[in-house]
Design a binder for this molecule. Structure first.
Ligand SMILES: NC(=O)c1ccc[n+]([C@@H]2O[C@H](COP(=O)([O-])OP(=O)(O)OC[C@H]3O[C@@H](n4cnc5c(N)ncnc54)[C@H](O)[C@@H]3O)[C@@H](O)[C@H]2O)c1
Length: 369
């Protein structure tokens, strides 16, 4: 006889959180935490570039508010997104006497955000954390949605957890010190939001290219706010990435392969730009999207100073595509625009299979274009 004991876990945990956006927000974080405490002690995790730029000052502000805090930094760069660094951070948290009632502050770009979020998710089986994104990419994308991860030698983000932050504080004034190339790279995700979700926003970007590039405060605030609203809407619909959330990965399947082939020398947004040209072309050739709109997308990408092409060998590229987490049962899956502002689906499913044979033909066409 087989006995079946069922453990029911259908209780809905409230994981809602606020995303606050405003110039000068950084220095108000400690006061906000004093009013709405998250823990008995805070560990600010940052990287080696940001430690002097913002980390020390933030630590001082915590102390001015009589909050118990420490500052921990890791070397800047993707190499820090590793299990070794997680081990290092856990050691530092213990050394600084953090416990189950403490909280983590992730002060940095996507690397610090992903790494700190993952560390918070496993430290003492999970302590709260907040995101303080400092790059455009992190402010419009990675700090929202609770995807945390580290890389392994086999690939990016292969170890991780869904673990939502308790709050996200976005201060666009931090972008003034961000290297120009990093800022432009972040704009790729912003363009992506226009293509996948919001035609009016796409048109807004077309009309405001120069002011956005010059970091005009009002325009910057608008693009960050709109991007956050789009991301949160998609995440709310599909928090566990089961269907709709895949649209956020438009252009990312080829982008991940390109990043891999470049030895992670190109920036994420640069690869996403080229990836949107490639995915968009496949969308056109499979009859989902119009040639006119594909060209319009590419013009916008180019106007922001982002690349549309990268050198790669087609067979190597196809091989690299298989490392993507969207590969299902050995089949390559893509997401495609239907028109600017909306993504295509087949029977309600957004991930659409593409055979290697088709892919080879389309990639050759693009190479000769
Ligand atoms: N979790 C998600 O949903 C998600 C989404 C997209 C990307 N990501 C991850 O994000 C990572 C890339 O993030 P990124 O592009 O922010 O890179 P990053 O975190 O490496 O930051 C880029 C560089 O800019 C520096 N920097 C950051 N903010 C600065 C500032 N205000 N002034 C001066 N210098 C500053 C950093 O020190 C670093 O050298 C990747 O690991 C990617 O996998 C995660």
């Amino acid at each position: 006889m087989i006995e079946n004991i069922r453990l029911n876990l259908q209780r809905v945990i409230d994981e809602s959180y606020d995303i606050l956006i405003g110039y000068g927000l950084l220095e108000n974080i400690p006061l906000d935490l004093k009013r709405n405490p998250l823990g008995n002690k805070y560990a600010i995790i940052t990287d080696s570039n940001l430690k002097d730029l913002y980390g020390e000052k933030l630590l001082e502000r915590f102390r001015e508010e009589n909050l118990n805090a420490c500052l921990i930094d890791v070397p800047a760069g993707e190499e820090s997104k590793s299990l070794d660094t997680v081990g290092y951070l856990v050691g530092k948290l213990l050394e600084n006497n953090l416990d189950r009632k403490s909280a983590v502050i992730a002060l940095g770009g996507g690397v610090v955000g992903d790494l700190s979020g993952f560390t918070a998710s496993i430290f003492m089986r999970g302590i709260p954390y907040i995101q303080v994104p400092t790059t455009l990419l992190a402010q419009v994308d990675s700090s929202i949605g609770g995807k945390t991860a580290v890389d392994t030698i086999e690939g990016k983000n292969l170890i991780g957890a869904f673990y939502q932050p308790k709050k996200v504080y976005i201060d666009p004034s931090l972008l003034k010190t961000l290297p120009k190339r990093e800022f432009i790279s972040g704009l790729a995700e912003v363009i992506k939001y226009g293509v996948i979700y919001d035609r009016k926003f796409f048109e807004y970007l077309e009309k405001n290219i120069n002011e956005i590039k010059r970091l005009n405060e009002e325009k910057l605030l608008h693009i960050i706010r709109t991007s956050c609203i789009i991301k949160k809407s998609v995440v709310e619909e599909d928090p566990r990435d089961e269907n709709k959330r895949a649209i956020l990965n438009y252009g990312h399947t080829p982008a991940h392969a390109l990043e891999r082939l470049s030895g992670y020398k190109c920036l994420h947004g640069e690869a996403v730009s080229v990836g949107m040209r490639i995915s968009g072309w496949i969308a056109v050739r499979k009859g989902f999207w119009s040639l006119d709109e594909w060209e319009r997308q590419n013009r916008l990408i180019k106007s922001f100073g982002l690349p549309l092409e990268m050198d790669f060998e087609i067979e190597e590229f196809i091989k690299a595509l298989y490392y993507d987490k969207k590969v299902e049962g050995g089949t390559l899956m893509f997401v495609f625009p239907k028109c600017i502002g909306e993504m295509a689906s087949i029977n309600g499913k957004y991930k659409i299979p593409v055979s290697e044979k088709e892919l080879r033909i389309f990639l050759r066409e693009l190479a000769n274009n």
